[in-house]
Every structure is written in structure tokens, then in C-alpha cells.
Design a binder for this molecule. Structure first.
Ligand SMILES: [Zn+2]
Length: 258
């Protein structure tokens, strides 16, 4: 797969080559534009498709696992209305999950956050504000966001989180530097439900069930009635297929906390 450093090096070398060539012959301006366009296209795709591991490596699944485990993950909570419903369903089906929480939601609902931990689920960092402009934050601003959430969770639970789920799935050089500096493990997914899009419940469920197999990490959100209904049907499906949902640290065999 493409990596930022390799792509940038290749484009710089080719540009230098073109500039060198321009001393001997006329290189049309369109060639430079095309070069820049392709570089930009690759960079944008690499920033939005977390599974490319373009800016840095995230963990997306563990296909080597021998147990019939999958890992359901929830982003953007805790939510006062839907997170309790999610917790009840998980308890009913004896399933574990991972919640990538937004710091300011934890600040507003600390007891709900504690309930997630008390039920034996794993928690991870999903920024403090989940700002729409997060992808444009510089390294200092990214680190401030991530550290603020780490600090808050430590003060509430005593746990020092190591796992980070990129907001909007976006990665870039600032986030890469911050993840490295704070010694975090970036967690992606390989089954994206698209439950926050206008797709209906059955369509979302089908996106998951049509491809899920052991070792997979599923992305859901504990922020809507639709996602709760999808989870209810998904847990029944997993039981039928003898698949068990566990936490991401268990499926990836890594540490969730320092
Ligand atoms: Zn999110």
C-alpha cells in the first residue's frame, strides 16, 4: 500500500527530473499541473481512507486469531439516551465492546462513562471536541485535544488510555506526530457499518453481516435509535454464527491502558 514518505519522495524526484528536463526541452505547464493533481488526489485519499495506513499505521483487524471473536466498537458517545440501551443489549447477550469516547461527552456524563467500564468494556480516546475542523488542527492542537481526554478519563477512572480512534477516520501528519508523541495505538476498522448515513437499519445491518468473519473490527456509533436496533439484530446474528464480540484489545492482543 502507498505510504506518505514514499509518495512524497517519488513526486519530489520526478518534479526535479522534470525541471532538469525543462532546460533541454519545453515541458508543458499541464504536465506540472497533472503531477500536482495526482499527488493531491493520493494525499487526500490517504488521509480519508484509514485502512491505507498512509500517514501512519493503524490496526484494523486480526485475521490470525484462532477464536471465533469479532470486536464491535462504538464511536462518539457516551450518549445519555442510547449508550444505556447499548450497554443493556451487550449485557443481555454477554458481549463485550469498545467505546471510543468524546472527552466533552464524558465530562457531561461521567456516571455513564463509569457504567461502561463497570460492565467490563474497553474505552478509548476519540478526541475531546470531535471538531469538524479537527483534520486541520496542527500537532500542538491535536495533542492538546488527545491529552485533555486522557487526563479527564484518568481523573474519573484512574485508567490511562492508550487506544485512539481517529475522528472521522481522518489521519494526517499532525495526527501521526501526536499519536507517536503520546505513545498511542491507533485503532481503525475493517467493517464500516455507515450507520450515521441515511441508509436504513436493514441496509446497515446487511453491510455488516454480508462480510463479517472472525478477527474483524466493526465500526458503529452509540448515538442513534437506528444503531441500537442494528446492534440488537447484529448480536442475534453473531450468536447464530457462533461469533462472540470481545474488546479490541482482546482481539488485537494489545494493551488498552498504560
Ligand atoms: Zn467520531
Amino acid at each position: 500500500m502507498l505510504r506518505r514518505k514514499t509518495v512524497n519522495t517519488v513526486f519530489i524526484l520526478l518534479t526535479v527530473l522534470l525541471l532538469g528536463l525543462s532546460f533541454f526541452t519545453v515541458v508543458p505547464l499541464i504536465v506540472y499541473f497533472l503531477f500536482f493533481f495526482f499527488w493531491l488526489l493520493i494525499t487526500i485519499c490517504g488521509s480519508f481512507f484509514i485502512r491505507w495506513n498512509y500517514h501512519y499505521k493503524s490496526l484494523h483487524s486480526n485475521k490470525n486469531i484462532t477464536n471465533n471473536f469479532v470486536a464491535i466498537t462504538f464511536d462518539d458517545g457516551p450518549h445519555p439516551q442510547y449508550t444505556p440501551q447499548v450497554l443493556n443489549l451487550l449485557k443481555k447477550h454477554n458481549a463485550k465492546a469498545t467505546f471510543f469516547c468524546i472527552g466533552q461527552n464524558v465530562e457531561q456524563h461521567p456516571n455513564l462513562f463509569k457504567a461502561i467500564i463497570d460492565d467490563g468494556h474497553t474505552v478509548g480516546n476519540h478526541t475531546f471536541s470531535h471538531a469538524r475542523s479537527f483534520g486541520f488542527f496542527n500537532e500542538e492542537e491535536v495533542s492538546k485535544e488527545l491529552y485533555k481526554t486522557i487526563d479527564l478519563i484518568k481523573s474519573i477512572s484512574g485508567l490511562q488510555m492508550k487506544l485512539y480512534r481517529p475522528a472521522f477516520g481522518v489521519t494526517n501528519p499532525s495526527i501521526a506526530k501526536s499519536v507517536k508523541k503520546l505513545n498511542l495505538t491507533s485503532i481503525g476498522w475493517n467493517v464500516r457499518s455507515l450507520d450515521t448515513t441515511p441508509r436504513n437499519e436493514s441496509m446497515v445491518l446487511k453491510r455488516i453481516t454480508s462480510k463479517i468473519s472472525k478477527g474483524d473490527i466493526v465500526l458503529l456509533h452509540d448515538t442513534s435509535e437506528k444503531s441500537v436496533r442494528v446492534l440488537e439484530r447484529l448480536l442475534l446474528f453473531l450468536e447464530e454464527k457462533k461469533l462472540k464480540s470481545v474488546t479490541v484489545d482482546q482481539i488485537l492482543q494489545i494493551k488498552a491502558y498504560e
